[in-house]
Structures are given as structure tokens and as C-alpha cells.
Design a protein around this ligand. Sequence first.
Ligand SMILES: Nc1nc2c(ncn2[C@@H]2O[C@H](COP(=O)(O)OP(=O)(O)OP(=O)(O)O)[C@@H](O)[C@H]2O)c(=O)[nH]1
Ligand SMILES: [Mg+2]
Length: 303
Amino acid sequence: MADIERILAGDLRAMARAATAIENRTAPAEALLKELFPHTGKATIVGITGPPGAGKSTLVDQLTRTLRGQAKSIGIIAVDPSSPFTGGAILGDRIRMQSHHADAGVFIRSMATRGRMGGLAAGTFEMAMLMDAAGRDVILVETVGVGQDEIEIARLADVTAVVLVPGMGDDIQAIKAGLMEIADVFVINKADQAGADRLELELKAMLQISPQHGGLDVPIVKTVASEGQGSCEALDAIFAIKAAKSSDGVGIWKLRLREMIRERLLERLPLHELDEAAVGVAARRQNPYAVVEEWLSRLKLTS
Ligand SMILES: Nc1nc2c(ncn2[C@@H]2O[C@H](COP(=O)(O)OP(=O)(O)OP(=O)(O)O)[C@@H](O)[C@H]2O)c(=O)[nH]1
Ligand SMILES: [Mg+2]
């Protein structure tokens, strides 16, 4: 059986091989994704994002437990931003997720930045497409909401849950605006700690004046992930949003098509030459507009 058929049949080894190819961005991965594409579009992709240590992995673990109880198959993508904020955190995630390691219904991969340019969101989306084609019902993507990459990843999800914790106090003002905008649902985790009610009130007040949310009802769910409390409510909210959005995916594909073309173009440019040009431009020896025109003409893309 060819790899593609094995993947479509949900074969774990074939999925693992393909996942590695996607991580390493090899040419065969692209050919594979092209063949898998017609079989995608069935899974629900859920982004779980929020500040470091908010309990995202614990929540993902609990959501997985609940969904497995409903006989749903799960894909988990832990995005490792390799940032100074979270160094080493991924190891803890892997250890925690081992509670599912014997369960063939839970397929877990991590995506590392590895310093690549702008490709983290794309790679994460491709990983989700692989899991989707392999028949996973729900794909949970955990990212730390600290950078642009993470926000882009959230945009590729069907539903994004932003996990916050009490005790942030006045810091709520400091929560990255970008993070607030991408929330389809807020999860107040660690609701066993003081301040959960206050955080809820603050969130509600903020949503009322937020231009993005325009006073819309963004559900707020309280959880104690470490005790498994609230995961059913969180899932109910997530699936209700998914149903209400009945997202046709056009928004996602507008982004993805632009990204794919940008990536292909950049791949065709020897980047060291571009870096050299940057030196020339910074010293005002070269003109950036002329540089771009020259590159486009080399790619035979000028009008
Ligand atoms: N009290 C309390 N602690 C919790 C709760 N949920 C998670 N924790 C604890 O919070 C700590 C961080 O949890 P993680 O799930 O690793 O948090 P995370 O958001 O994935 O962390 P990073 O991936 O490093 O950003 C762990 O020690 C958890 O046991 C909760 O509901 N209440
Ligand atoms: Mg984590």
C-alpha cells in the first residue's frame, strides 16, 4: 500500500513518517500534502493559546480525555516557540501527554520554530491537514500566545480558545491586544485560585468596549484543568462556536494562498544574496526598489 493510502486509513507509522517530512519541509511532504488535500476539511481545528504557564497543556490533556470518552479521535500539535519565555516547557508537555501514549486514538506531534522564517504557522497548518486527512475528528493546537507566529497559527484554527488565569489583576490591560482579538472563547483556568470572578468581570467589561468583539457575546468558561473541571463546558462552547461560524474556510485560504505563494517565491531566491543587498541598501549604495525589480525580473514576474 502506498503511503497516501496508509495515511488515509489512519496508519500511525505512515502518519509519523509524513509528520517528520512536514517538520523538515522536504519536497516529498509537499507532494504528499497535495494528494491529501482532497481528503481534508472534516476535522475541527481548535487553537488553545494563552500566556506561559496558564495551564494550556493541562487543559489540552483534559479536553483529550473528555473527547476520547466520546469516541472522537484526536490530533495534538504542541507548537514549541523555542522562545526565551518557554524554554524547556515542551519537555513537560511531552511527559504529561504520555498519559495518552498508549492510545492510538491520540496522535501527538510538536512543531519547533528552528529559526525558520515565517514558516511556523504554515508548517502547523500542514501538520493539521495531515491529521485531518488521516481521519482525526478534532485537532488541538497548543501555542503560547506571546508572538506573531502564535497569533497567525490561531488564525488558521476553526475555533480559538484563549486561556487566562486569575491573579493577572490590572495586568489584563497588558494582555497583548492581538491575543484578545483572536479569542472565540475565553477560558479562565485555575478557577480554584482567588480572582477568577474578578477576571471574568474585567473580561466582560473589556469585551463590551472592544471594537473587534463589538459587544458580541464571547463565551467565558471557567475551568480547573488540573482537576478536570469544566472541560465539558469548554468543549460545548467550542463546538457551539464552530457550528455558529460554519466557517467556509475562505478566510483561512485567503491567508494560506498568499503565504504559499510568498514561500515559493522566497524559496527561489538565494537568501544570502538578498542579505548582501540589504547591506548595500542600508549603506544607501543600492536602491531597495531597484533591488526588488531586479529580483522579480529574474523570476520573470515583472509586468
Ligand atoms: N491550581 C491550578 N493549577 C493548574 C491548573 N491547571 C494547570 N495547573 C498547573 O499549572 C502549571 C502549568 O500548567 P501547564 O499545563 O504546563 O501550562 P501551559 O500553559 O501549558 O504552560 P507552557 O506550555 O509552559 O506555556 C502546572 O503545574 C499545572 O499543574 C488549575 O486549574 N489550577
Ligand atoms: Mg504547555
